[in-house]
Design a protein around this ligand. Structure first.
Ligand SMILES: [Zn+2]
Ligand SMILES: [Zn+2]
Ligand SMILES: [Zn+2]
Length: 330
């Protein structure tokens, strides 16, 4: 594939630079929870300041994480059941050094100014942290501008469109940890293990009943999929994507009716209910007026599928919009 970056250049103005990030693009930090069991503080220290002998105080509770120290969580007695005797008694303790050794490494992204796990950055062998200075997300957005795969306007529009569908579906109340747990950390379609840290970019939460039919993305309606299967599922109804076996399993795991999953695509009745109210429709049209194309598509799909015409419900919609929408139906 020919590279296009030879003849485009991205010029930056008004870049936001945070003082605490200046010079930090190649500095690794260790992040860990205070080891004092009653304390919730998250502690971040420069990795190169830890060294062999360290004394790291908790800013919140004052607990000192000192090299060589142990923290005890319970006392144990190891018993031999056959001979009914005590083999050993002692303390269950964690060595502070071991705890810090396995703590995750973090680094600042010099573009979005946030501290992220090293795994959020592509590799760069010549650097101390062995990672690039900008995070993968910032790099992706940058490349999409540079290669014109997605213009800034499209980017804004995609975000706005997502917001519109979240609102149409009745909000987003999503506990992704619960969904992750429910699917055992595996892609529901292919079963690939999505738990390793370097798989974080592969974890996708799919609208089981799709957003185009105005179903919300909430904890009940989310399926854990890998990137590939999420993009294959797209706006399809479950019955159009999963086998019968999978539909039965999905019903058991999500609590969504098997008949609903197996049945014909249909609109979320709660959303239809709301869109039958003039004040709801008017508020929506005002808010999303700059994204009228998407509103027109929703109006026409709803009208064709359920007979509900949100433009007839509205008290403020203009003739011009109705005309444009009607032209789009043929
Ligand atoms: Zn603490
Ligand atoms: Zn970034
Ligand atoms: Zn998959």
């Amino acid at each position: 594939m020919p590279r296009r970056d030879a003849y485009t250049k991205v010029e930056k103005t008004d870049q936001i630079r945070a003082d605490h990030v200046a010079g930090m693009g190649d500095v690794a930090f260790r992040g860990f929870n205070c080891l004092n069991a009653t304390c919730t503080q998250w502690i971040v220290v420069r990795n190169d300041e830890i060294g062999d002998a360290f004394d790291i105080p908790c800013q919140l509770c004052g607990f000192i994480h000192r090299s060589g120290d142990e923290v005890t969580f319970y006392n144990f007695i190891l018993r031999d059941l056959k001979e009914d005797r005590v083999i050993e008694e002692g303390e269950f303790a964690i060595l502070v050094n071991d705890y810090l050794d396995e703590a995750l490494l973090f680094k600042y992204c010099i573009i979005c100014n946030t501290l992220k796990p090293l795994d959020a950055f592509d590799r760069h062998a010549a650097r101390k942290t062995q990672r690039q200075s900008e995070c993968r997300l910032c790099k992706r957005v940058y490349n999409s501008i540079k290669n014109q795969t997605r213009t800034a306007d499209q980017h804004r529009e995609a975000a706005q469109k997502r917001r519109l569908y979240i609102e149409l579906g009745g909000g987003q109340r999503l506990d992704s940890a619960v969904v992750f747990e429910r699917f055992g950390g595996n892609c529901f379609k292919c079963g690939i293990d999505l738990t390793p840290v370097d798989m974080s970019g592969e974890r996708h939460l799919d609208h089981t009943l799709p957003a185009v039919f105005l179903w919300p993305l909430n904890t009940e309606n989310a399926t854990l999929l890998c990137r590939t299967h999420n993009s294959e599922k797209g706006g399809n109804w479950p019955s159009e994507f999963y086998s019968d076996d999978e539909l039965r399993r999905l019903a058991a795991m999500t609590g969504i009716d098997y008949a609903t999953l197996k049945g014909e695509p249909h609109f979320n009745p709660k959303a239809i209910d709301r869109l039958s109210k003039p004040e709801e429709v008017d508020a929506l049209l005002t808010k999303y007026a700059p994204y009228m194309d998407e509103i027109l598509r929703v109006r026409n799909r709803l009208l064709d599928a359920s007979g509900l015409d949100i433009f007839a419900v509205s008290t403020t919609v203009s003739e011009a919009w109705v005309k444009r929408a009607d032209e789009g139906r043929s």
